[in-house]
Design a protein around this ligand. Sequence first.
Ligand code: KIV
Length: 264
Amino acid sequence: MKRNLAYLQKCKSAQQPIVCMTAYDAAFAHWANQADVDVLLVGDSLGMVVQGHANTLPVTLEQMIYHAQAVQRTNNQAWCIVDLPFMADSQLSQTLENSARLIKEASADMVKLEGGQRVIPAVRALSDLGVPVCGHLGLLPQSVLKKGYRVQGRDEEAAEQLLADAQALEQAGADMLVLECVPSRLAERISQRLTIPVIGIGAGSNTDGQVLVVYDLLGLTPGKLPRFSKNFLTDAGSISQAMMDFTQAVRSRAFPAAEHEMAD
Ligand code: KIV
């Protein structure tokens, strides 16, 4: 069954965790469908795991369109979020044009942009135009040069700011929120406070869903896995089984376990 916003909202109300993974091509999208994954994220993480860059900053809108088109050729079941890459949302008119391209040319179901107060006017404008929007708070990979890769929201002031940003995004019309690398108690608080689904990565087990970079969950990413991730291929023996195990582990809240959480 093709997932839509109403379905994902129902998952939140029923406290059924939403299963999300990244996808960058047709084959992985196919196997994710077979594994009953709810949401596919064509993330700009492709700049690192597919293209081999040190961060996500070099990724272009054309490349996002190319990968999203490939994903959408085989995806007939998951809700598909596509990232606006670095600087594709630096001006309001450009954000609207680039979002329209992701929808018209790549059949995106939803666009995702990083940040809090800065993106509120764009979220409001997109939402008014009928475009589903996913916010992204916590660790912001597109701000790595300024802020590094660090857990966010650890002190009281930063935690309150994150909560305020999350509420402002929801009020502006965001339909979903990704929370990356924040202490689990804060992520739980934000998930409870918002009415829209909150999908966590490195944010503990008490969000409304979980997302992992597919190359991490299959152990394909060279080097050390992030602490919050898990290689599901080790025990599974095949890519399709690893994806099914991930789905099952998220739905049963077996993943993430305590060892994957960020301390307060
Ligand atoms: O680009 C991406 O893969 C992401 C996830 C880390 C949430 O934004």
